[in-house]
Design a protein around this ligand. Structure first.
Ligand SMILES: *Cc1c(COP(=O)(O)O)cnc(C)c1O
Length: 387
């Protein structure tokens, strides 16, 4: 178990701006999703540095919890995991380019095949290397991203029965609007996918490949789409896709983002703050400077809206967010150099700032907030005291 205290990372010498990952919460979230989705299996989705949580650490944790499969977006993410010693099967969800195939095979990564042509390239590369490729077929049921269209999938399914050097282990599709209040498009997509899957029963194939379609929103709100496996992304990290997604699984945020006060001063009236001089006060205020900025993924578009927690109380970020620093107005309260500043997370008195709030301030979605926390922000892994 990775634990800041037991492996004695000296967190004092790290940059004062840090992301804290609560591994117990991640485990609890995984188990909650598992219990909810059973008998479907759960594939944790670890793309984009595991939604900012740290690709390798989260993968090892999920492997230790017995996750049957891991999902990433790109070949390079899969290779990083193999080089780190992760042995769980890994599905690379994104599209593939022909010359990448040998590298997939060399690292025992599962390929997504979305056309007869790609399947042919996989067969040929695997034959040359004398290995057996693992393949999941991708069916486009209404996303128009990658995948063979549902209305012309039969040639791909037909071809998938014939290869000597690949094994079709799975078949999947992806929802476009599962987080919306109106589920009619999701129902249509599921219907299309089920129609494609009818191929197997029409051929009398009693053991079709692993079928999977549900992302976080569908895990929570669309049980009939769970099939053999679900792909848990943002929900695994304790964040719900949208306000419209029913709260059927109890998960808690696994990431907090903290910094510390590096500077304290009093700002006099009519002395504007930060680039563009967009903020000024008509009375003296106390303010502190915090070493975090848009170069860390603390979006500049949150200028004028963002808040932080210091000593259990919320205060506004004033003026523009800089690349490496922000200024916080504490009015006439007290704060000292070294005081903790919560950017995302919970204070001991229960005050909290959520990923959803940052997304709202920045005019974006929680996924973009999490995946943009830059790698220059050190990650610290901990287990909660109350477990
Ligand atoms: C990113 C992704 C997921 C996970 O999505 P969440 O909404 O974060 O759960 C699932 N499947 C595919 C194909 C993806 O690209």
């Amino acid at each position: 178990m990775i634990n800041a205290s037991t492996i004695s990372i000296n967190t004092d010498i790290l940059r004062p701006t840090q992301v804290e990952i609560d591994l117990d919460r991640l485990a609890a979230n995984y188990r909650a999703i598992q219990a909810h989705a059973a008998p479907a299996a759960v594939m944790p989705i670890l793309k984009a540095n595991a939604y900012g949580h740290g690709l390798v650490e989260v993968a090892r944790h999920m492997q230790s919890l017995g996750a049957p499969y891991l999902g990433v977006a790109f070949l390079e993410e899969g290779i990083l995991l193999r080089e780190a010693g992760v042995t769980t099967p890994i599905l690379v969800l994104g599209g593939i380019i022909g010359n990448q195939i040998p590298r997939f095979l060399a690292h025992d990564l599962t390929l997504t095949a979305s056309s007869v042509e790609k399947l042919g390239q996989i067969e040929e590369a695997a034959r040359q290397m004398g290995v057996r490729a693992r393949v999941h077929l991708k069916i486009d049921t209404g996303m128009e991203r990658i995948g063979v269209h549902y209305y012309s999938a039969s040639s791909l399914l037909e071809a998938s029965l014939t290869g000597d050097h690949f094994e079709v282990e799975g078949i999947f599709s992806h929802f476009a609007n599962a987080d919306a209040a109106d589920q009619s498009y999701s129902r249509l997509q599921l219907e299309r996918f089920n129609h494609v899957l009818g191929f197997y029963s029409s051929r009398g194939i009693s053991h079709p490949p692993l079928r999977h379609m549900a992302n976080s929103a569908a895990i929570a709100g669309f049980r009939s789409s769970h099939m053999d496996m679900v792909r848990a992304g943002i929900l695994l990290y304790g964040v719900y896709p949208s306000d419209d997604t029913p709260r059927t699984v109890e998960v808690r945020p696994s990431l907090s983002w903290k910094s510390r006060v590096v500077y304290f001063k009093v700002i006099q009236p009519d002395h504007p703050v930060s680039y563009g001089s967009t903020w000024r006060s008509d009375h003296p205020v106390r303010a502190v400077t915090v070493p975090v900025g848009y170069g860390d993924g603390y979006f500049r578009s949150m200028s004028g809206r963002a808040e932080v927690i210091i000593r259990g109380k919320r205060y506004p970020v004033i003026g523009r967010v800089c690349m490496d620093q922000v200024v916080v107005n504490i009015e006439w309260d007290s704060a000292y150099n070294g005081d903790e500043v919560i950017l995302i997370g919970e204070a001991e008195n229960g005050a909290a700032i959520t990923v959803e709030e940052l997304a709202d301030w920045a005019g974006t979605i929680p996924w973009e907030i999490l995946t943009n926390v830059n790698t220059r922000v050190p990650r610290v892994y901990k287990v909660t005291a109350d477990r």
